[in-house]
Design a protein around this ligand. Structure first.
Ligand SMILES: [Zn+2]
Ligand SMILES: [Zn+2]
Length: 471
């Protein structure tokens, strides 16, 4: 058995692992790098021949796990791409959106290059590549064993991160012996709200574990809900506009659900319109609505009572650009729009038209990376150039960090603590500080942990242990 870490080592994005056993080769995730200036990394040649892979397994739909799959297909991969049915549906929508964004960016760069006498810029992949990739998607049911290559059997288990997310268990036969590797994918918290809790797994020889929040603890669900309730109550008093920049898959549906609850409590009244301004978000919510049986007991209880968990009263889906502009003239409303960090998408024009007003509110519900418009607003910049116009930031700002769909430090340790076979943990998908902190915590709990570097290869019986284990 040979495991090669090809992405998400020392960083969060670009998840990509190659697993080989005999002559069988399987790729787990093939994500896009999403940091600033990562275009080159996304365009870099694959470290393997795409046509030599038997199959690809996707842990979930997020672009940092799935975004380079159409490129893999363009470069000759023709096998099956295994994923749960919700992931199959969500990823098809996300790839289409990627194609659109890359096309726009390439056209913009080409225009810039033309003025300098430089050659045009091609997008990373095109519509036809995404379509071909979508044809190769093959649904994998949760909890059933599937043979994905000769001698390689897998099982998708619920990861509790977003709809369709999976932990993947992999069994391989080598020299008549069974070896088991578990990929955590992105893990949800131990106590989820909408999704089911991540599956406990007790046996493995090797575990690849994410560490996005390996060094941090989140607020409890109760505290986060109380915070949201207070901010919304306060915000509604001024009868102004509440703008919420949000990721449109999962985070937005969580907010819609929380708003449905606030309406039931009478805190949010039916006379306040809620606009969800995102064509992609509309499709994502449809997919969420069509898989209600995969959600938590809490959500299913609401379904039983006849509630529509992701459709609060007065919810208006906004698809056309004209309808999006019309919101500018509405004074009192809640507006949800992407992107989550305000570095693009329709939220930008809502901010441009709304941040000057001291009665308006902006609620940040997700991480704002350095350099993004969202971060600059949070950091207190008063005069900003938004969509070509200079505007003054007078709106009141709120930040709620507890809506994360990721496990925190304690959650990760609890999940890792379920293994009874003393596996080796490969700590990935985190900034170096988080990955090192989680590895150290695992070791304090007498578990074996390694923080691999990008490109590192582990061959069973050779470099796996003990040299690479942090002491
Ligand atoms: Zn994710
Ligand atoms: Zn991720």
């Amino acid at each position: 058995m040979r495991l090669k870490v090809l992405g998400a080592a020392g960083e969060v994005t670009g998840s990509n692992y190659l697993l080989e056993c005999g002559s069988s080769r399987v790729l787990i995730d093939c994500g896009m790098y999403q940091g600033k200036g990562d275009d080159e990394k996304n365009r870099a040649q694959f470290d393997f021949v795409p046509s030599s892979l038997n199959s690809v397994l996707l842990t979930h739909a997020h672009i940092d796990h799935s975004g380079r799959v159409p490129l893999l297909v363009q470069k000759g991969f023709k096998g099956k791409i295994w994923a749960t049915l919700p992931t199959v549906e969500l990823v098809s929508v996300l790839w289409q959106d990627s194609v659109r964004l890359m096309k726009e960016e390439a056209a913009w760069k080409t225009r810039k290059n033309e003025r300098k006498g430089l050659p045009p810029v091609e997008p990373l992949y095109k519509e036809e590549d995404a379509q071909k990739a979508a044809h190769l998607l093959t649904p994998a049911t949760y909890d059933d064993k599937i043979e994905v290559a000769p001698g390689i059997t897998v099982r998708f288990r619920d990861a509790g991160h977003i709809l369709g997310s999976a932990i993947i268990e992999v069994w391989m036969e080598e020299d008549g012996k069974e070896v088991k590797v578990v990929f955590s994918g992105d893990l949800g918290p131990q106590q989820t709200v909408m999704e089911r809790n991540p599956a406990d797994i007790s046996r493995a020889d090797y575990v690849i574990i994410e560490s996005t929040y390996g060094d941090r603890s989140h607020k409890s669900n109760k505290e986060t809900r109380e915070e949201f309730r207070q901010v919304i109550t306060e915000a509604l008093k001024s009868k102004a506009k509440v703008m919420i920049p949000t990721f449109v898959v999962d985070r937005a549906q969580r907010l819609l659900y929380e708003m449905m609850l606030l309406q039931k409590e009478g805190i949010l009244r039916d006379n306040v319109p809620i606009f969800f301004d995102s064509p992609m978000g509309v499709k994502a919510t449809e997919i969420y609505n069509s898989h209600l049986s995969l959600f938590s007991g809490e959500i299913q209880n609401h379904v039983k009572q006849g509630d529509d968990p992701f459709t609060p009263n007065q919810l208006h889906y906004v698809e056309s650009v004209e309808d999006s502009r019309r919101i500018n003239d509405i004074k009192h409303a809640i507006v949800l729009a992407g992107s989550g960090m305000c570095n693009g998408g329709r939220i930008v024009h809502h901010l441009k038209h709304g941040v000057w007003n001291p009665d308006n509110r902006i609620i940040f519900v997700g991480y704002q990376a350095r350099g993004t418009l969202g971060r600059r607003i949070i950091d207190g910049e008063k005069i900003l150039r938004i969509a070509g116009e200079e505007v003054t930031v007078n709106a009141q700002l709120h930040t709620i960090n507890g809506f994360s769909a990721h496990a925190d430090r304690e959650d990760l340790l609890a999940w890792a603590g379920n293994f009874e076979t003393s596996p080796v943990f490969f700590v990935t998908h985190g900034e170096p500080k988080s990955s090192q902190a989680l590895a150290a915590s695992l070791q304090e709990n007498n578990l074996k942990a390694v923080v691999p570097v990008i490109g590192e290869e582990f061959v069973r019986g050779h470099s796996l242990l003990p040299d690479n284990v942090i002491k």
